[in-house]
Design a protein around this ligand. Structure first.
Ligand SMILES: [Zn+2]
Length: 386
């Protein structure tokens, strides 16, 4: 039982108590019963749903150059990923989507968390990112040549036990000799992945900066656009009409720019981050204004964007034009919807999983509250940090 709290979720604010049984919320409001329950006295502190981060990379550890992964064994990745998962949930992220790892390490970790072997957020995973030969992130993903190979790559990920598929539709920032503005996969290649995914009930997320890559991804039927830097009016209209989500990951380029070459980020990465950063924020605010569904995601694991500092994205979304209430929706209800978990997580309501955070300041009044004022984390009804 959590006594005397102010509930703050995407449906608004109300004061009351929350009764939890078997990991789920059974009552929220004026709870009179259950006097023998263990009580956590909230003393007026703010109770919100756990955050949902729709874009992390548990196999990457936020060093200056992600290509360091090529020198590590899968066993090493697994040890590091387990520690990253622990930091993530202790920072208030109780559910996350991993958007690309190696050796199905992140998928094995998902299962280990589920069975209680390791502490971490509830995970959905996408296995190896699928890209064209020599494309962005090809140093650890599944490189494909043509639509039939793309189909095979999708089947391999599904056989590996993933929940989602991830395609790399354009170049990106952290790989040398690729251009974020240029398309890398064809529409046909992405469509093969979408078709294989839909047969198995696995939606597809597309890394896409440039316009042609976004267009290819939308035409092929992906469920979410990651980054979305050069989304124009037509693409935005399509996303609204078809319910395609944007996962903005604003923190990723900001972190690389702030660290710079002085901290060892490769020159090409800093330069490309600077080129796309302003464009991304413009596209983000256009998407917000036009009513695109937006789900919070950080790209945690990329350079100087460490696991456990995910809540910084909440502040950047507000800085780039969302109201704190919109940012709360993007970080809870909308994110849950993207992941197909909207009946389980994202609200403080009876029937929902008790993934809850207790904050000493209201995040609607102070967007830094998730980072500065997080005092208790409850995951599936169990206090894991207080
Ligand atoms: Zn990513």
């Amino acid at each position: 039982m959590i006594r005397g709290t102010t509930i703050v979720d995407a449906r608004g604010e109300r004061s009351g108590d929350v009764l939890i049984r078997d990991g789920r919320i059974v009552e929220a409001g004026d709870v009179h019963s259950a006097t023998d329950e263990p009580v956590l006295a909230a003393n007026g502190r703010y109770l919100t749903p756990g955050l949902i981060d729709c874009h992390i990379h548990l196999c990457h550890q936020s060093g200056p150059d992600p290509r360091v992964i090529t020198g590590k064994t899968d066993v090493r990745l697994a040890i590091e990923a387990a520690e990253a998962a622990r930091r993530t949930v202790r920072a208030g992220v109780t559910t996350a989507r991993d958007c690309g790892g190696r050796g199905f390490v992140e998928t094995a970790l998902r299962d280990a968390i589920r069975t209680g072997v390791v502490e971490g957020p509830r995970l959905v995973t996408s296995g190896h990112p699928i890209m064209r030969r020599g494309g962005h992130m090809s140093y650890y993903g599944r490189q494909i040549d043509g639509p039939e190979d793309a189909r095979l790559a999708a089947r391999e990920q599904i056989a590996g036990g993933v929940d989602w598929l991830k395609v790399v539709a354009t170049g990106g920032v952290t790989t040398p000799n690729v251009d974020p503005r240029r398309a890398e996969l064809t529409e046909e290649e992405i469509r093969s992945v979408v078709e294989e995914g839909s047969k198995a009930g696995r939606p597809v997320a597309a890394h896409a900066h440039g316009g042609e890559g976004i267009r290819n991804s939308l035409a092929a039927g992906v469920r979410s656009i990651e980054h979305g830097t050069y989304a124009d009016d037509d693409m935005i209209r399509f996303m609204v009409e078809h319910g395609v989500f944007l996962v903005p990951t604003l923190i990723a380029t900001r972190a690389m720019i702030d660290a710079g070459t002085a901290k060892g980020v490769p020159e090409y990465a800093v330069r490309k981050a600077a080129e796309v950063d302003g464009e991304r924020r413009k596209a983000f605010s256009a998407c917000v204004a036009r009513g695109v569904k937006i789900a919070m995601g950080t790209d945690a694991g990329t350079p100087f964007n460490p696991h456990g500092e995910n809540a910084r994205e909440f502040e950047l979304m507000v800085e780039a034009g969302m109201t704190p209430s919109q940012a709360l929706d993007a970080s809870t209800v909308a994110a849950a919807k993207l992941l197909g978990l909207e009946r389980d997580v994202g609200l403080v309501e009876p029937g929902f999983v008790a993934d809850l955070l207790l904050l000493s300041a209201n995040p609607i009044d102070d967007p830094t509250s998730y980072r500065r004022n997080l005092e208790v984390v409850v995951r599936s009804g169990t206090v894991i940090r207080d």
